[in-house]
Design a protein. Sequence first.
Length: 256
Amino acid sequence: MRIFDSGYSNDFDGPGTRLVFYLKGCNFRCDWCGAPESLSAEPQTLHYPERTVIAGRDLSPEAVRDKAVAARDFISGVTFGGGEPTLQSVELLTALALLREAGIHTALESNASTPAYREVVLAADWIFSDLKTANEQMFQTRIHPGPVRLEQVFDNLRFAAEHKPDFVLRIPVISGVNDIPEEQAALLEVCRDLQARRPYGPLRVQLLRQHHIALPKYRALGVDYPCEGATPPPRELLEHFAALLNENKMQATLFG
């Protein structure tokens, strides 16, 4: 599989300390993306003032398993992020199977848009999936100007909500995308539908506040950052949205 980075995180990309592999290539083009080097499936060079970084190298499923086994004394599991990991489903499924055989907990971070999503969901232990908008026009304009339709994302999210006890919905709260009452009311209805389908207890929702941490990456790649200068939604707006979700018996948390 092709990755653009790997590293460790604590209690964000799954429970406990995670070894995270970031898979390269994404079918979405969110104009606020925090990892522009993840979008192309091809290797890329980032030219920073003080260094040069190559984003893109190949790693076999066996190498993923071996690295996780070597680190098992201090990690709680392995997480696959992106990019969109399910675009590399063949190797990803092999890696998930090898990790399961080794007794290592696995997690997936996905935009829930691909045909391979459901098979990968069933193979992983913990699922994070994004819900960015409930508006098809917004989806086509600022997220995916391509053949995928928002209903396909909804269908996949319903599948995950119905089949995975450890399923977390992530909503990035973005200026001009979903930071107005009408958009959040529509997102709330989608969340209510997912909540109603779950046999496993409350739907967990993470609200992720927009940031501009990736601006140096865009400059290092020599590409424009479409959201440069945009003011992130105020934290109070996320707190209000979280309160609405919690009032509807969900479990909402804020980041950022």
